[in-house]
Write a protein that binds this ligand. Structure first.
Ligand SMILES: [Ca+2]
Ligand SMILES: [Ca+2]
Length: 506
């Protein structure tokens, strides 16, 4: 249902619906059918505009609505008593319930102090919803069914997810509901603090965690403990050394924050075999320590060298390509994003392993003065969100799904997580290569059935890994080689902003 609430509460859908309803009401008035009262819509009301119009046009009509509670712990039946009505369905994961109610009772319900917002419970395929919601990519892969599962709901609660990126705006309204579970650290000495002047990191973090009070937007795993590790400077620039510093911070602090998942939406600028890359040594160190590493494939499309860059070329990690879900829940129109890197690594491994929605993903905007806001002003939604495209956006979708899995099955190893994801992924119409679309529901049911296999059998760790301890080697035989060469420690590329304007992603 989260789906339904989101469908109708998305700003664009809301505007469309509002216009349609106003038109219908005005048309009815013009026809002189007796109502002298013009429909007045209060945009600050806790009632969805469609319900406000409906209660004025047809006060005695019975409708099904979703009621979002301010406090999840409030008993739904107690709130429903003010109507009075009986609870038709409970959605504990998101603190909402469903009731049937006469439209003339809506004001009383919305006036109750325990109610946050009331939205119509419309059919998913209603033709009224021509424009999809900002978070319908989650419906496209069935995530709300996991949030709202009656037998095994999961929202990522308690699972630590580290995002290595440009920082975060911890004060964004979408994080307010659970701010104590957003941790921000800065590991870049050139940055003044953990904030996000660029915008990339807040979007990536928000794709995993977050939930805004109006129900316009929800992250894939809204209840995770999100750890934003700022590896970039305040302009958003980072190099290999900055990424490695962040990866080591995660390794050192993984227990303190229960970090079980890491998202890296960035690619090296220099092609290198996976086992020679120092970045991959640090990534594998996390993997061998039980942290599932999820990485964007990059935005190099079908270029011959598309998969030659760390850390997306590391055979251990889960590398994620971008599905273009065409902003529809139906999978029949899905295809691979043309920009999404795919192919063989220099060591001959096929990448990515899985794809997830990565086109026109709406998530929190760090600020109106951030680099991304200034670069793409037309993509800002409601002033607080921004629509971005790239494998940078796909990777956190999968990181969020992994957090859902690990909430229910905390003892799964990274190799088992990867096996479950790959075994259950689905073929899709415009598929290129071997990577299917992530299938969270089947992944959960396969995990529940037990007996998960293990991916990555027979792989050789990177040269920078001590084969005995599984951690980054401290001997100089590896590090004294070419890797401290200044030409190597070059810029990294955020996989959303990799292309220049001539090849703009949208
Ligand atoms: Ca679709
Ligand atoms: Ca499947």
């Amino acid at each position: 249902m989260g789906s339904l609430a989101h469908l109708v509460s998305h700003p664009r859908a809301r505007r469309w619906v509002l216009l349609a309803v106003l038109w219908a009401v005005l048309a009815a008035l013009a026809l002189g059918n007796g109502h002298s009262r013009a429909a007045s819509i209060d945009t600050k009301s806790r009632l969805h505009p469609m319900l406000q119009a409906g209660m004025q046009a047809e006060p005695s009509k019975k409708v099904s609505v979703i009621v979002s509670k301010k406090d999840k712990k409030t008993r739904s039946a107690d709130v429903a008593k003010v109507v009075p009505a009986s609870v038709d369905a409970e959605f504990p994961a998101i603190g909402a319930f469903q009731i049937s109610i006469n439209q003339n009772q809506l004001s009383k319900l919305a006036a109750d102090s325990r109610v946050r917002f009331v939205v119509p419970n419309l059919p998913v395929k209603s033709t009224a919803i021509a424009d999809p919601t900002g978070t319908n990519y989650e419906n496209a892969i069935g995530v709300p069914a996991i949030w709202n599962s009656t037998s095994a709901p999961a929202t990522g609660k308690g699972v630590g997810v580290a995002v290595l990126d440009t920082g975060i705006n911890i004060n964004h309204s979408a994080f307010a509901f659970d701010k104590s579970n957003v941790i921000e650290v800065n590991t870049n000495k050139k940055a003044l603090g953990p904030g996000d002047g660029h915008g990339h990191g807040t979007h990536v973090a928000g794709t995993i965690k977050g939930k805004d009070a109006q129900g316009r937007y929800t992250g894939v795993a809204p209840d995770v403990k999100l750890v934003s590790v700022k590896i970039a400077d305040d302009t958003g620039a980072a190099n290999e050394g900055d990424l490695i510093t962040g990866l080591q911070w995660v390794f050192d602090n993984r227990t303190a924050h229960n970090i079980k998942v890491v998202n890296i939406s960035v690619s090296s600028a220099v092609a290198m075999r996976y086992d020679q890359s120092p970045v991959n040594a640090y990534v594998e160190q996390l993997w061998f320590a039980g942290v599932t590493v999820v990485v964007s494939s990059g935005n190099r499309g079908n270029a011959a060298d598309a998969m030659w860059y760390a850390p997306g070329n590391d055979p251990y990690v889960i590398t994620v390509g971008a599905l273009d879900h065409k902003e529809t829940v139906s999978t029949s129109d899905d295809s691979l994003g043309t920009f999404s890197s795919r192919g063989l690594t220099q060591a001959g491994h096929a990448k990515p392993e899985v794809v997830a929605p990565g086109r026109k993903i709406i998530a929190p905007l760090s600020s109106s003065s951030s680099t991304l806001a200034l670069t793409y002003p037309e993509r800002i939604i409601d002033g607080e969100f921004i629509r971005l495209t790239g494998t940078s956006m796909s990777s956190p979708v999968v990181a969020g799904v992994v957090a859902l899995l690990l909430e229910r099955f905390p003892s799964l190893t990274p190799n088992q997580v990867k096996w479950l994801i790959m075994q259950t992924a689905n073929a899709y119409p415009g598929q290129v290569g071997t990577a299917g679309v992530i299938d969270p529901a089947e992944m959960m049911s396969r995990a529940a059935a037990g007996g998960a296999g293990s991916a990555n059998a027979g792989l050789t760790p990177a040269a920078g890994i001590d084969p005995v301890s599984g951690v980054v080697s401290t001997t100089t035989t590896y590090w004294d080689q070419t890797y401290w060469d200044q030409t190597y420690w070059d810029q990294t590329y955020w996989d959303q902003t990799y292309w220049d304007a001539s090849c703009d992603l949208d």
